[in-house]
Design a protein around this ligand. Structure first.
Ligand code: SF4
Length: 280
């Protein structure tokens, strides 16, 4: 197995909007399989620092590769393929987060694993979270929840905050938007509630795709009824990832979609607030 990242690519990036492809393509299939099983090796697009919008306080963020969703609005389609990520031994990933331990504590921040979909590499994610939490650092995962059954209830205890990204409420629209069924994401929300695990909802607002009032209001009611979701982040769609679709030669359907207006974002937030949730 490779011991280090490819020499010419930095594990840290200025932002996840750097296009990264084929960085793990040289790892033999058998090694990939054993890495996924053991979690000894992960595949990461990058680590980024200093994000103030990725959870409580300032966050150090690891961006995993591999995702089973195919969201039409995805900002990072280069993270869909596991093999686009840098192969990173678990020990190195732990060291990398550990370098920021003091700063993250001082700034009441923590570590977040995002993607892609981190649960595609569930053993790596859980082992990394456990080690980071043992360092006294707050841990958070950004997940669509589809693969939540891969994590046991005990595994979930290594994650201080689940930032669950539910992509919609109407099952048909969800399938059209993401390519997969909605049910598992909602099941994960219910499971987190039953376990009383702290959670935030993330909701990407895309004009014409996810801004239907009835859907947002119904999702708000559902989330508020669970009791464990402390906050909702409404994330306005933007076009910063469009260049990736073009460079990867992937058909991009949202060329003509504009970011939602501040009033539209406010209207979505108002639905969540009306249900009793804190929304931004
Ligand atoms: S779940 Fe996230 S990473 Fe996966 S396709 Fe959707 S937006 Fe992209």
């Amino acid at each position: 197995m490779p011991e280090t990242a490819p020499p010419d690519v930095s594990l840290e990036a200025k932002s996840p909007f750097e296009l990264r492809v084929d960085l793990g393509a040289g790892v033999p299939e058998t090694d990939v399989r054993s890495a996924l099983k053991s979690g000894d090796l992960g595949f990461l697009h990058s680590f980024t620092t200093g994000s103030a919008v990725d959870g409580p306080g300032i966050r150090f963020v690891g961006w995993t590769t591999g995702c089973q969703f195919r969201c039409l609005y995805c900002h990072n389609p280069d993270t869909w393929k596991l093999s686009n990520g840098i192969p990173v031994p678990l020990t190195r990933a732990i060291e990398q987060v550990g370098k920021y331990r003091q700063g993250l504590k001082v700034m009441s921040g923590g570590f977040r694993l995002s993607g892609g979909e981190p649960m595609m590499q569930d053993r790596f994610a859980v082992r990394l979270f456990s080690a980071v939490k043992a360092m006294g650092i707050h841990t958070a995962i950004d997940s669509n929840g589809f693969l939540h059954e891969r994590l046991s209830d005990a595994d979930l205890e290594s994650i201080d905050l689940v930032m669950l990204c539910i992509k919609g409420w109407n099952p048909e629209r969800h399938k059209k938007l993401t390519g997969v069924e909605l049910g598992a994401s909602l099941d994960f929300a219910r499971r987190l509630a039953a376990l009383k695990r702290p959670a935030w909802l993330r909701y990407v607002l895309v004009p014409g795709l996810t801004d239907q009032d009835e859907d947002v209001a119904a999702l708000a009611e559902f989330i508020a009824g669970l009791g464990n979701f402390k906050r909702v982040d409404v994330l306005p769609f933007h076009q910063m990832g469009r260049f990736k679709w073009k460079q990867l030669d992937m058909p991009y359907e949202l060329d003509d979609v504009q970011p939602p207006s501040p009033a539209a974002v406010e209207r979505a937030c108002a639905h969540f607030r009306a249900a009793g949730l804190e929304a931004y």
